[in-house]
Design a binder for this molecule. Structure first.
Ligand code: ZN
Length: 540
C-alpha cells in the first residue's frame, strides 16, 4: 500500500500518558494507518520529524469557538496552538436552539456585537439545524457541541429572573432531548451568567437527567469560583449524584485573594466525591487571570429581563445606587468580582466603540482617571451603558500556586475557555485573553520544560486522551492505527507561547506541524488555510 503521508523519525507520545517511543507514523484516508519502522514503505509525501515529538492533536475541553463556526471557519488562533478538536457550547451558552419568537431581537443584538463583516441573521432554529449549517463546509478544527442550559432556558421562558412553570420545564426537557438526539455531547451551565444565575439546583437536575439518558456529560461553570467556591462545587457534585451523570467542572480555580490556597481543599472534595462514585473531573487554562463580560460585575437582579432592561437600569440613578451598594457590601451566594478583587484587578479587554478603544488593556482605576469620572463605579456603569453591554474584561484573580496545584493534579485536563481569533483580518479584535493563542504551548514550554510542574507525557495526556474519554470522543486523542489522524508535531526544546495580556494576537512558536483528519493545517509553523475539520456528533 502507498500511504498518503509518513511522519518519519519522531518520538511518539501516544496520549495515554505512556513514555515516548521511536516510530514513524503513516496516514491513509485521514486515519492513522500504521506506526512503527516504516523505512521501506511508500508514501505520496514524507515529512522528516527527527528531533521532534509526535503527539495526538489537542482536544480543547472548554471552548467558545462554536459561536463563530458559521462565519470564521479557519479558527486560526486555535489551530496554530495545536488544537484539532474543540468542545463548545460551554458556560450555559450554545448557538441553538433558538425560539422563533425571539429571533428578531437576537439578530438585532448580534448586529451590535458581531464584527461588521458578519451577517447577523439567525438562519437556524433547532440544535440539529445549526450542526447541519456548520457541516456545510470545512472547519479549522473538529467541533463537538454541548447544549447550553441558558440557551434552552431563554428559548423556553425568556430571560426572566424566576422559576420555570411546569409547562416551561417540560419544554426545557424536550429541547434538551432534541439536542442530545442531534448529537450533543452533554449539557452545560453558566451559573454566574443570566439566565443560568436565576436557575435553582432542582431545575438543573431535571435537565441533567435528560442528558444522562443519552450518555452525555454535565459541564458547569459553577455558581461561584471565589468565596463561594466550595458550596458551588458541592452543588455541581450533587447534580451529578442526583442525575446520575458525569460532571466536568469548567476552568477550575480559586478566584479571589481571600481563598488563595483553597485548591488543596477543592481537589480533596473532588477526590472524595469520586470515592463515593461520582465521576467528576476538571478543566483549566494556565493563567492567573480569567476573562468574561464586564457586565458580570453587576448584581444578579440587574440582569432580570435581559440586556435592554439592564441598560435601562444603568440609566436610572436609584438602580445605580442599589448596584453600587450591592457591589460594596456583596450579596450572599453571588460572585462579586469587582467588590472582591478591587478595581485595579479588573482590566477592560475589548470594547465595541472607537471612542472607548484607548481603554483596552487598562484597569478600571486607570480608566476612571483617564476619563475623569467621579469614581470607578461611574466608570463601570457608564462603560457598560456606552458599549451596550458589549465590553469584556480580564480579571486578575488567581494565585500561581493554585494554578500549578490544579494543573499537576491527575483530574485536570486542559481547555482554553476561548473563542477563535486571528492575528490578521476581521477576527483580530480588541485584546482578548492570551489563553486563546497560548494555552497549550504555554503548558508545554513554561510548565513542563521550564518549571517541571508536570512531565511531558502527562501534559500530553491531559490535552488529548483524557478530554477524549471525558466527552466520549472515542476515535481521537490517542495515536494508534485506526484513529483519526489528528496529529501535532512540535519541538519540546523550543515550544513557547507568545501572546500576552497587552499584545495577545500572537501565534506560538515551536509547533512545526498540525494535522487535522490527516491533512496539513500548519506546516513549518505556518497556517496553510486547510479546512479539514468538521462537526462531530455523539454516537455517530
Ligand atoms: Zn465559563
Amino acid at each position: 500500500m502507498t500511504y498518503d503521508l509518513i511522519l518519519q523519525g519522531g518520538r511518539i507520545i501516544d496520549g495515554t500518558g505512556n513514555p515516548w517511543y521511536w516510530g514513524d507514523l503513516a496516514i491513509k484516508d485521514g486515519k492513522i494507518a500504521a506506526i512503527g519502522t516504516l523505512d521501506s514503505s511508500k508514501a505520496d509525501s514524507v515529512l522528516d520529524v527527527k528531533g521532534l515529538v509526535v503527539v495526538p492533536g489537542f482536544i480543547d475541553a472548554h471552548s467558545h469557538a462554536d459561536r463563530s463556526t458559521l462565519y470564521f471557519r479557519e479558527m486560526k488562533s486555535l489551530v496554530m496552538q495545536g488544537i484539532t478538536t474543540v468542545v463548545g457550547g460551554q458556560c450555559g451558552g450554545s448557538p441553538a436552539p433558538v425560539d422563533p419568537s425571539l429571533r428578531e431581537e437576537m439578530e438585532a443584538r448580534r448586529a451590535k456585537v458581531l464584527p461588521p463583516e458578519v451577517d447577523p441573521s439567525i438562519t437556524w432554529t433547532t440544535f440539529d439545524d445549526y450542526l447541519r449549517l456548520e457541516k456545510e463546509s470545512g472547519l479549522g478544527t473538529n467541533v463537538a457541541h454541548l447544549v447550553g442550559h441558558g440557551t434552552i432556558r431563554i428559548a423556553s421562558m425568556g430571560r426572566e429572573a424566576r422559576d420555570p412553570t411546569p409547562e416551561e420545564l417540560k419544554r426545557m426537557r424536550e429541547l434538551t432531548a432534541e439536542a442530545m438526539e442531534a448529537g450533543a455531547f452533554g449539557i452545560s451551565t453558566g451559573l454566574i451568567y443570566p439566565p443560568g444565575i436565576f436557575a435553582k439546583t432542582d431545575e438543573i437536575v431535571e435537565l441533567a437527567k435528560v442528558a444522562a439518558r443519552y450518555g452525555g456529560v454535565y459541564d458547569s461553570h459553577i455558581r461561584g469560583e471565589g468565596k463561594t467556591l466550595m458550596e458551588s462545587l458541592e452543588e455541581a457534585i450533587a447534580i451529578g449524584e442526583r442525575a446520575g451523570i458525569p460532571v466536568q467542572i469548567s476552568h477550575h480555580k480559586a478566584a479571589t485573594k481571600s481563598i488563595w490556597g483553597k485548591s488543596v481543599e477543592s481537589l480533596r472534595l473532588l477526590e472524595e466525591a469520586r470515592e463515593r462514585g461520582v465521576d467528576v473531573t476538571v478543566d483549566q487554562y494556565p493563567y492567573r487571570a480569567g476573562s468574561t463580560s464586564l457586565a458580570t460585575c453587576l448584581p444578579p437582579w440587574a440582569h432580570d429581563g435581559g440586556i435592554e432592561k439592564l441598560l435601562e437600569r444603568l440609566g436610572d440613578p436609584d438602580a445605580r445606587a442599589r448596584m453600587r451598594s450591592d457591589i460594596e457590601e456583596g450579596i450572599p451566594g453571588w460572585e462579586n468580582f469587582a467588590g472582591e478583587l478591587g478595581w485595579e484587578n479588573v482590566m477592560v479587554s475589548s470594547v465595541k466603540s472607537d471612542e472607548n478603544k484607548p481603554f483596552e488593556g487598562k484597569n478600571l482605576e486607570e480608566i476612571c482617571e483617564m476619563r475623569g469620572d467621579a469614581d470607578a463605579f461611574a466608570t463601570l456603569f457608564d462603560l457598560i451603558l456606552e458599549e451596550e453591554g458589549s465590553v469584556s474584561m480580564i480579571i486578575f484573580a488567581m494565585d500561581e500556586g493554585d494554578v500549578r496545584r490544579i494543573m499537576g493534579h491527575p483530574l485536570q485536563m486542559v481547555g482554553t475557555d476561548s473563542g477563535a481569533s486571528a492575528a490578521d483580518g476581521f477576527m483580530r479584535r480588541g485584546k482578548p485573553h492570551p489563553r486563546g493563542y497560548g494555552s497549550y504551548p504555554k503548558i508545554l514550554g513554561r510548565y513542563v520544560r521550564e518549571l517541571g510542574v508536570l512531565g511531558l507525557e502527562e501534559a500530553v495526556r491531559k490535552m488529548t486522551s483524557f478530554p477524549a474519554q471525558r466527552f466520549g470522543i472515542s476515535d481521537r486523542g490517542i495515536l494508534r492505527p485506526g484513529m483519526w489522524a489528528d496529529v501535532v508535531v512540535f519541538d519540546p526544546k523550543t515550544v513557547t507561547d507568545k501572546a500576552t495580556y497587552q499584545d495577545p494576537h500572537q501565534y506560538p512558536e515551536g509547533l512545526e506541524y498540525v494535522l487535522v483528519n490527516g491533512r496539513i493545517a500548519v506546516e513549518k509553523g505556518k497556517h496553510t488555510g486547510t479546512l479539514a475539520g468538521g462537526t462531530l456528533r455523539r454516537n455517530q
